[in-house]
Design a protein around this ligand. Structure first.
Ligand SMILES: Nc1ncnc2c1ncn2[C@@H]1O[C@H](COP(=O)(O)OP(=O)(O)OP(=O)(O)O)[C@@H](O)[C@H]1O
Ligand SMILES: [Mg+2]
Length: 254
């Protein structure tokens, strides 16, 4: 059953994999200042799948980038597990991202000179870890990349590039996977595969998944949906149904 309770997030839920405390992010100064995040406090529980929704410009990407240590913020705090991101040097932040986080972003950041297979294993290789070959094969097969592994990004469609980015984020089984519209460019079959794999990463592998999405169907795979508007969390749903999500969204966007 879906239920609305902000209190529950403060209570005895599972330990937070990532946490924001009164996070503020402003761009610019004076009359042209934009408040992208207006004091966001949220816990993403370990071993939970969270979706972030909200209108365009509501601060979803800003929140995810700040919490994932990819962007600075103006005030407040962000934690990965017990680690305060503000206390880390650039080098430590890079190491934390590499060792514990996986990213599926709209701008794919694939390395143009490497093949799909090399791109997928790059973070694992850089971290000096061994690629789980069976897992690599399963993921690339499920994402329909098996026949494309020797292609370079320029030889792949946009959707295929996005699936390579998904495989790259999944293959190392990071503690937390952050996805900014990870199914944004995908057809319904590929979307379903990505969402099933993310769901399974939480249910079977104990990983934590946080995605931004505009798609109610994608969000319905999550355990929890939080809704942003004007840089604030304005609602949330647990065990969301598509209907409940669409209802909240129409209220927020209306
Ligand atoms: N580099 C920047 N300089 C100035 N303003 C910015 C910058 N990046 C984002 N913003 C502003 O911050 C606000 C939040 O942007 P953000 O990208 O987080 O929105 P979003 O919810 O991810 O939107 P979308 O669904 O369109 O991706 C917007 O008003 C945006 O214009
Ligand atoms: Mg965005």
């Amino acid at each position: 059953m879906g239920h609305h309770s902000l209190e529950e997030t403060q209570g005895e839920r599972r330990e937070a994999a990532a946490r924001a405390v009164d996070l503020v992010k402003t761009y610019g100064q004076g009359a042209t200042q934009v408040v992208a995040l207006d004091g966001v406090s949220v816990d993403f529980a370990a071993n939970e799948f969270t979706a972030i929704m909200g209108p365009s410009g509501s601060g979803k990407s800003t929140l995810m980038h700040a919490m994932a240590g990819l962007d600075s913020f103006t005030s407040g705090s962000a934690y990965i597990g017990g680690t305060d991101l503000a206390g880390l040097s650039d080098k430590e932040l890079t190491a934390l991202r590499r060792d514990r986080l996986g990213f599926i972003f709209q701008s794919f950041n694939l390395v143009p000179t490497l093949t799909a297979a090399e791109n997928i294993t790059l973070p694992t290789d850089i971290a000096g870890r061994k690629v789980d070959q069976e897992w690599f094969e399963e993921i690339t097969r499920r994402l329909g990349l098996a026949e494309r592994l020797s292609h370079r990004p320029s030889e792949l469609s946009g959707g295929q590039q996005q699936r390579v980015a998904c495989a790259r984020a999944l293959v190392s089984r990071p503690d937390i996977i952050f996805g900014d519209e990870p199914t944004g460019n995908l057809d319904s079959n590929a979307s379903r595969e990505v969402l099933d794999i993310l769901r399974n990463a939480v249910d079977a592998d104990g990983q934590t998944v946080v995605i931004v999405t505009h798609d109610a169907r994608a969000a319905s795979y999550a355990d929890r949906v939080i809704f942003l508007r004007d840089g604030r969390i304005v609602d949330e749903l647990y065990e969301p149904t598509m209907d409940a999500i669409l209802q909240v969204m129409s209220g927020i966007e209306g």
